[in-house]
Design a binder for this molecule. Sequence first.
Ligand code: SAM
Length: 249
Amino acid sequence: MKIDILTLFPDMFTGPFDASMLKKAKDMQLVEINIHNLRDWATDKHKSVDDRPFGGGKGMILRVDVVDAALESLKSKVTSNKSKVFLLSPQGKIYNQERAGEMAKLNHLILIAGHYEGFDERISEHLVDEEISIGDYVLTGGEIPAMVIVDSVVRLIPGVLDEDATLYESFSTNYHATPVLPLGTGQAVRSSSSSEQKLLDYPQYTKPEVYKNWKVPEVLLSGNHKEIEKYRRKKALEKTMKFRPDLLK
Ligand code: SAM
């Protein structure tokens, strides 16, 4: 997969993309991530990419002509038809795991990070495939949302993580109905009886078995995989009911 990010603050991306799973994915050449400074497509001598809003008001607005030129240039280097342009915006459709899964099937993503007051509406109307929000709050810029999307998409690209690592997690529709299999075996399969229900992950424990009189649930130490699976499904349901009842249909 190739990911192009358009931003006014390229330096913000140094660090997050050079460690952990994203670094591994880049090293394995499963993803290529390019950060582009929008100012490279500015045409005046001041390299301006934004201007005051027509009709008055505060702040600076990202210009449609600059973004159009940037997109033309990036698109001209890509032949795949599985390529889409996403605008990061608090006004967009709320992002979630399902969306991450769909985006992971594309070959090329262009992410546009806005800043300041926002962007000329013609960018959203004519130049992008989708406007995405990472939640109902306003951030200073689209750089952190772009990082959130890149991280959540790249870990779903086949080969980046073990297959069962992404099946057995919160918001997965698979693992809660999957027959018991030792985790980490790569043998996870979607059960024929699996429902489309999305649950939060079940609680996990590790050593020590007892800490400050807080004990690990006995069943997890029993070695009885059937009982462990029953316990985990029950706990996943309880957690979902408590914290995200909206996920339970
Ligand atoms: N005036 C805009 C509004 O009220 O909707 C907010 C602009 S915000 C300060 C600047 C930029 O940050 C946005 O153009 C967008 O790219 C990004 N941004 C802020 N919050 C976001 C969110 N929740 N999801 C995605 N992008 C966001």
